[in-house]
Design a protein around this ligand. Sequence first.
Ligand code: ADP
Ligand code: MG
Length: 702
Amino acid sequence: MKAHSGEVGVFVRIRPTANFCPDLIECLPDGQTVTVRQRKDCRKPQDTRRDQLICWSFRLEGVLQDVSQEEVYARVCQRVVLGALDGYNGTLMCFGQTGAGKTYTMTGSTESYKQRGVIPRALQEVFREVQKRTGHFFSVHLSYLDIYNETLVDLLSSLQGSARQSPRGMVVTEEPGRGVFIRGLSLHPVHSEEEALNLLFEGGLNQIIGSHALNRNSSRSHSIFTLHIESRSRTPCDAKYVTSKLNLVDLAGSERVGKTGAILALADRRRDHVPFRQTKLTHALKDSLGGNCNTVLVANIYGEAAQIEETLSTLRFASRMKCVRTNPSVNEYSSPEAQIKKLKKEVKMLKEELSIFNTLANRPSSRLSEAQLAEINSQVRKYLDGTLEEISIVSIRQVQAVFSQFKLAVQKREKKEKSLICPTYNSVEKDQSAETAGIKKWGSTDDVEEGSFEASTPSQKNIKRLSSAKTKKSKDKQSQSKRQEEASPVSRNLLESDSKPRTVSLRRLSSLPSSTRPKAEAFEDFKVGPGSKINSILKENKTVLLERRNLLRQISEEVNAVKREIDCFMQQQTGGEKGQYPVTEEPDATSLMELKGLYRQRYQVLREMKAEVNYCQHLVDQCRVRLLSEFENWYEGSFLGSKKELDLTLDKALKRGKDNQRPSELDPSSFHSFCNARCRMLKLRKTRAVSSTPVQRRLPKS
Ligand code: ADP
Ligand code: MG
């Protein structure tokens, strides 16, 4: 028999007998063919051909005559058993007339080891293989079912540990994924051949013994001895496992129960439906007859003339069963637990492998160290600056770190830009208000400093500090973007008039054209450029003013000192009484008169000096206003005018490009470069044009 063949293996076993009839039964030398001869029906006396023989020839997989139990097992059963250990379902079934040797073939003699049947031999084979196949873990369970007159009987239910049979008895059940099974039938784990044989024999004892005329031991029941085998690889990562059922079936005598319709239907290829559920036997063996199962049948026959009818019937059935097609396949499953175990192990292994690989390649493995993060940070900065052409990808973690550094850089930049816009605006506003405040306060405050206006209150000091910062900032040629943002019409407004609104939306501020020159910076340029003359006059005037103010302070102190002397003198004259000035004609009176004269004279000088300081203040104011107004004119002409021109030029160029339908010539980047250069040129031209501004009158130096 071929292993896992596409058809049911059918054998004929002839029971040895002293009354063998070679005239009627002939086994051909090929070992596969048996010929049966039958006389014509003698019950028809009119038939003149009644002495004639009708010959039937049956070619099967093997004809077993005078063959030992050992050979029967080897030829019939061994491959089915081995197949079961590999995960194929297998069924070995003996059928035939009562007393023909079915039980002898299946179970054999319980007294003679040599004459033991295929079941003990199969058990032997199974446990021998279990021992041999050390790479797998096998579990073997046994069940022993008897079907007597459509009643299911568990032949092993009496065993200790067996689940008590349910009151409703056993039921043949079908479940998806589990196939056909007998609900309520006890399954017994066995770990050795001996354990298994114990069960086999115990079941045999429990078997319902029928009283049959031909053989007391023969039964009218079908018995199904089943080995349930499960095999798992001992390799933990192997999640697959296989299961199989090996059914060893000893059918009831065919003359009593006939050949069940379902079994015959299996052989009928024209039938779409096989009525397995017709009988308990066929239902229980639904997934063990044909289909994906290795199926072998042994037709047990007598070799005696008296049984020739039944022999012929058995052989006909065997012949038909030969036509049943099979397609055996392994019952392979995947264990979720084992799958998880396998994947976990695989992940662990891959992690270890990656770790080794990273170590060998000197790459960061798991968490990045502070030094590595610092290095990545530096790389990102260089990349953003343009000093690093590219950042090599080293690992996923490094890529993630690079991204996060980019994010940080972007956030930082955004924050910086925001802070530049807001404080710049505030700074410009305060700067310019400081300038104007200086002008306004000129008349009211006495403190004037070279090149700047000194504030005497804390807030004014603050303004002065901002002003200094602005000057320093404006001289920093690297902060181009900052300057651009500072170039605000607001600042111009603030310079022009303190009464104009000082607030402006950030949107308006940030929407300034990039080419617009920062005003604060432009003002500084103006003071050293086209506005240098008026600025130097302003400075000189401020210096003179400062001198005058110092003089004023000195005279004030002198006046105050004389006043204190007079007060003190008067106090002495009145004997310490405050506020009373006694009139005396003593020599001291002369001193008092002199003091009073001195007081009057210094007071007069003080008044004159105050008038002069006021005048100087007025001139400084005028100079400042002139400086600012000239700057405004210059600034508007140089930058805002050129910007308007630039916009017009851009519009024209764009329109021209559109009209000519040659957009390729209008490269935006190139065009902007050109316009920026032109803007700069216009600015320079305007700067040189504002050279002949009228000069403000200088203050006479004292
Ligand atoms: P069945 O189960 O088909 O009713 P059995 O297997 O019980 O028949 O056989 C009936 C008797 O014949 C038994 O005593 C058995 O020992 C004997 N017998 C059957 N076949 C053989 C055989 N091939 N060799 C020796 N004895 C056999
Ligand atoms: Mg029997």
